[in-house]
Design a protein around this ligand. Structure first.
Ligand SMILES: NC(=O)c1ccc[n+]([C@@H]2O[C@H](COP(=O)([O-])OP(=O)(O)OC[C@H]3O[C@@H](n4cnc5c(N)ncnc54)[C@H](O)[C@@H]3O)[C@@H](O)[C@H]2O)c1
Length: 389
């Protein structure tokens, strides 16, 4: 980021797990200053005020009416994103909305239309497409390091299904399961690296392999791109093999991976009140937020090109071609700094964000196509991969 002056004045809606993961970046980034928050629980509001000062509200409408707030970070559950984003947009605020931007494509379209009509910026994130190594890989590809992209492989295995969950996070109809919360990351980063327009999706899901967690816990999908490139994306959230072992023992959040991966199921069944355990993972103090030592990642990503291949690591990108294997480090400041670089550049320098509402809608469409292909057994075409109504 070139300028540290005139930081974007940010209001935050929702102070749960996602905010706890992003708060260290907000606290550290010179281009953003948190000035207000809205959340229904008094403990959360007190925690925000103790960490950042500023004003706190029980109602989103009151935060949206706060004249000091310039941009609103919507970090409530998926099903509330449209309502909270529209409240902010109608008050003339710019919006950074968590992934997925919505559960239904209709809601995503409504959000894009509202932002366009109000002339405000809409950014969807944080997502792993912002990660430093993903940006570096996209820059290397654009500079011709491997020639044209032919094929991408993305694979990740986590304990997603056994982290404490709200009931809606285990209902596919309400946006639960790994598709809306995890495929959206993988799709986002693969699209950034493929650089082309996706045209079709063929997929299978692992649904209810554990009847106690009756939603999609795994998937495998193939995406075809208009320029002939194709990508295979595989994910399991069933807490057996640990995908972070393929990533130098670094967790998704950029911290050394604790050994407890396989213990996630046992830990969950020992928790008497899952909803309370979920709340306990929300924002409490800055000191309790995970502090990344390297970039975040979303598992193994290999890009196969005409003249060479790329492998993403938590520290950067390894390029292998006929002549050599060379590691390019990705400069690291704090976790998620790239998200607030993007927000600051959009609002202060008029740089259009890559991860716009239109971009987020395209990734969401691919998640729906994943589910539809798994349901029907057939490939699915795509219509929202660019500017549409
Ligand atoms: N980018 C990431 O790495 C990441 C990580 C986790 C979650 N997320 C996303 O963030 C969103 C929230 O997920 P979470 O895990 O943080 O959920 P959560 O349940 O931990 O937090 C949701 C927060 O919203 C608040 N809330 C609920 N109703 C509200 C209302 N009417 N007004 C204001 N606040 C309200 C809750 O009190 C809570 O503080 C989801 O869309 C999820 O996909 C993103």
């Amino acid at each position: 980021m070139s300028s540290t002056s005139d930081p974007v004045r940010l209001g935050v809606v929702g102070l749960g797990r996602a905010f706890a993961l992003t708060a260290p970046a907000i606290a550290a980034h010179p281009g953003v200053v948190p000035v207000a928050a809205a959340a229904p629980r008094a403990e959360s509001r007190d925690a925000f005020r103790a960490a950042f000062g500023g004003r706190v509200y029980a109602e989103v409408a009151d935060l949206a009416a706060d004249p000091e707030v310039e941009a609103v970070y919507v970090t409530t559950p998926h099903g509330m994103h449209l309502d909270h984003a529209l409240t902010a947009i109608r008050a003339g605020k710019h919006v950074l909305v968590e992934k997925p931007m919505a559960v239904s494509l209709g809601d995503a379209c409504a959000m894009v239309r509202a932002a366009r009509a109000a002339g405000v910026t809409l950014i969807v994130g944080p997502s792993h497409s912002f990660d430093g190594p993903v940006k570096l890989a996209a820059d290397l590809i654009a500079a011709g390091a491997i020639g044209g992209v032919r094929m991408i492989h993305a694979l990740y295995a986590t304990d997603f299904l056994y982290r404490p969950r709200r009931a809606d996070e285990l209902s596919t109809d309400l946006g639960g399961g790994v598709v809306f919360s995890q495929a959206i990351h993988q799709v986002d980063l693969v699209r950034r690296l493929a650089g082309g327009r996706a045209v079709s999706v063929y997929a299978r899901t692992g649904g209810a392999w554990d009847p106690a967690r009756p939603t999609e816990g795994a998937y495998a999908m193939m995406i075809d791109f208009a320029d002939g490139a194709f990508a295979s994306l595989t994910y399991s959230g069933y807490a057996h093999v640990d995908g972070d072992r393929l990533m130098e023992g670094v967790s998704e959040l950029g911290v050394p991976k604790p050994a407890a991966h396989r213990a996630a199921r046992a830990a969950l069944s020992a928790a008497p009140d899952e909803a309370a355990a979920k709340r306990a993972r929300g924002f409490a103090t800055l000191a309790e937020c995970p502090v990344a030592e390297t970039h975040e990642h979303f598992g193994q990503v290999l890009v196969f090109g005409e003249r060479g291949d790329l492998r993403l690591t938590p520290g950067g990108v390894e390029v292998t071609d006929d002549r050599e294997r060379r590691f390019h480090p990705a400069p690291f400041r704090t976790t998620r700094a790239e998200v607030f670089d993007t927000l600051h550049a959009a609002l202060r320098a008029g740089v259009p964000p890559l991860q716009s509402g239109v971009w987020g809608r395209a990734s969401l469409e691919i998640c729906h196509a994943l589910l539809a292909s798994a349901r029907t057994g057939r490939p699915q075409g795509l219509v929202h991969q660019g500017e549409t109504a």
